[in-house]
Design a protein around this ligand. Sequence first.
Ligand code: AMP
Length: 575
Amino acid sequence: MKYKELCEVYGALEGTTKRLEKIELIAALLKKTKAEDMEKTVLLLQGSIYPAWDERKIGVASRLIIKAINTSSGISVKKIEEEWKKTGDLGKVAENLVKRKKQVTLFEKKLTVSDVFNNLRKLSELEGEGTVNRKLGLINQLLTSAEPLEARYIIRTVLEELRVGVGDGSIRDAIVCAFFPETKEMKDSDRERYALFVNAVQHAYDVANDFGAVARAALAHGLNGLEKISMAVGQPIKVMLAQKVRDVSEGFERVGKPAQLEYKYDGFRTQIHKHNNRITLFTRKLENVTNQFPEIIDYVGKHVKGNSFILDAETVGFDPKTGKYMPFQSISQRIRRKYSIGELSKKLPVEVNVFDMLFHDGKSFLKEAFSERRKLIEKIIDEKPRQIIVARSIITDDVQEAESFYRESLAKGNEGIMMKNLDAPYKPGSRVGFMVKLKPIMDTLDLVIVGAEWGEGKRASWLTSFTVACINDDNEFLEIGKVGTGIKELEGEGTTFMQLTELLKPLIISEKGREVTIKPRIVIEISYEEIQKSPTYSSGFALRFPRLVNLREERNPREISTIDEVEELYFGQRG
Ligand code: AMP
């Protein structure tokens, strides 16, 4: 397929905010995409060259793009920066430049989707000496063969900022529309049957984490193909998420009676894969953290039976002297650490608490009841406290017993408890309510930073006043307020302005005066006194007295508080 055809669809997607129109545009494109181009096209549609489970990134900063535009056009860096400030979009800057050049050169070679995709892959794989120049070369090569519109989207894709407003939900529905034309009628007349198709695509995606593979399977083998998509041990799968409840009674209402109650450990989610004698660890953001935790590899290798498996667990830090659990914040540095790992693991040791199991020795357990999965965990794990254990649990239908278990868990330094439906399957990637969480502090939201302001006076080198957003079903970020309190000036007191500035600076998309727009990547936990309706922000809500509680580095921006949760909390507070 010609890259230009894809760019025309990008253009049309950018030109509409209507979800149905977007779905139709994508479906029409998928229908005419050949099998061999399917995965590349679907990935590029999402502005990416790697599936969601793959943590590799293109990793090119705005600076390098400016340099590329500068070398390929001869236009001064200063002029390019001025144009960039005006539009806030380097894609548009490149587009205009190519337009101007078009009068002199003719486009001999038409770019294909494959050309662009392969070049971007090469770009992302470059390592070592001379990398910058070779990257420049690859970007220039694309820019010189690109037509204006193509230049716009090439640059935006390189920067991982496609901005055409395509969320996972739209891609999913477009796959249904393109490969199951029979659903066209059902959409209005038989919602239930229609939902079967949507759920089949969604499930395949939650398992494979790759819409390219899902589209290819749907094209080749229809519903059967979707059903057959299975987990690949060694490749991370999205984790099942929990809903919040206010007390144990509400918990029982959601998950049924009797239920399994477990300690809610305050660590980080760890997905443990064993495959071909190799053990791999992933966080809930699907980041590979195998190298950071050699002792976990050792514990799992020694104390878990089976040739291949996928375990779901929480890794918690503990004080090596007292043996007491420590809050996540104190071991979070282990996730980032790339050197002297042995030393740090003595200072900040961890214990693995296994609470679920997705796969064991060739068999998927996603559809098995939770009680069966738990039985198997107990069978295959040889518990070694302060190394690897099965999550502490009870099964009960009694509110008082549940409450005393909750108090016991808090007294042990845990965050609260989880309550789980004994008969439920494992649903990757969803917050279906098969497990719920109960914690004492309810009124915080996990929000992503989408903007900030440069400070003034002695704070001039720091970003301050952070604009935060929640998320909707279509993975769009909706602003809900600005946060400036709770952030410290001095190191050692908590999350500092300096720390946030360092994290956010490489994510700046554009600047206007003191205001900057930021790629939504960094999640923070925010407390507030009240949620109010407000026309100021795109969510329609604003927070009164928002305050930063924690930096949540382990949290994926797609798993932050949803607009539905905000709405529910808003109505909840009015009684
Ligand atoms: P939250 O991070 O507040 O959404 O709470 C859900 C998280 O609690 C999960 O993603 C796990 O990382 C963590 N967790 C701790 N203990 C458990 C447990 N026993 N079962 C399930 N999740 C747990």
